[in-house]
Design a protein around this ligand. Sequence first.
Ligand code: KG4
Ligand code: ZN
Length: 336
Amino acid sequence: DKDVYILGIESSCDETAASIVKNGRESLSNIIYSQIEIHQPYGGVVPEVASRNHIKKIDIIVDKALEESGLTLNDMDAVAVTYGPGLIGSLLVGLSFAKALSYSVDIPLLGINHIEGHICANYINNYHVMPPFITLVASGGHTNIVVVKDYGVYEVLGQTRDDAAGEAFDKISRSLDLGYPGGPAIDKAASKGDSSFINFPRSYLEEDCFDFSFSGLKSAVLNYLNTCKMKEIPIETNNIAASFQAAVIDVLASKVIKAALDTQISTICLSGGVARNSLLRSTLGTMTSDLGLKLHFPEPDLCSDNAAMIASAGYFKFIKEEYSHFDLNAIANLKV
Ligand code: KG4
Ligand code: ZN
């Protein structure tokens, strides 16, 4: 059996990334150029600025990924690229670049769903994680509980009805003046705070429901901050951050555990930027070991946006010959 080398390209938001992955799991290079500092003054990602910066960097990043892997474009078996969901202008940069590469060396093009990519991050540099497993995909734009029945076969059990978990972190961080991106800032502040300071509401929605809603929690925190300002009560940033974080993590952890128990699937994997959260990792670590379940999460850099996860998802399409055509378009609101 011949080894398969996939070039992955990711540009859906504010990271320009390229990676070479061997046989779906072995990352030979994983180059990530983050635009965070460019967007920080605006408190969030500015779409037009993001696409322009992708254009400036994409060729350099792809060259670097090839160089670091010790291979050339001619050694690649296919090029995998995110075509959604994400910012349309940003997606189009990666997609157009990938099409051109695919055409120039005559290798298949593989269009990848970014959320599927996040799930496949669990396979990178790991030879034990394999379907079936339950995954929580929690990022800036998505919060889903998904059953991974087989490679590339997914069943969505639940999703957010309003804000994504990461989005809630980002918004609350902004109101606490902790800056962008909010997840890491709140995680850090919370580690110095008391999570029992305020009992913010936990929204579990209907019984047996795997959907999420974070807008009520967000309003509760904002109302509390407004009351503090009106009554001139000092704002205890670390304690509020810790109380907010605990409310989000309680709901995420209990629903993903329930999904594993209900489906009788014994492995839980975490994916997406929020999977970096230290309380989520430790809470689920304890809960899964108490229940005899297995827990896996990718290393931090593979939880956030990267192209190794896109190349891995591409590999599982490549071996089934699920190639894309050159008329593939970017889809901003693509679903799992
Ligand atoms: O997956 P990702 O890098 O990009 C998207 O596809 O959205 O996720 C970014 C999100 C942001 O909302 C960020 O605040 C959140 O992940 N995040 C975290 C942590 N690190 C990043 N949320 C909570 N705790 C963290 N440590
Ligand atoms: Zn992402």
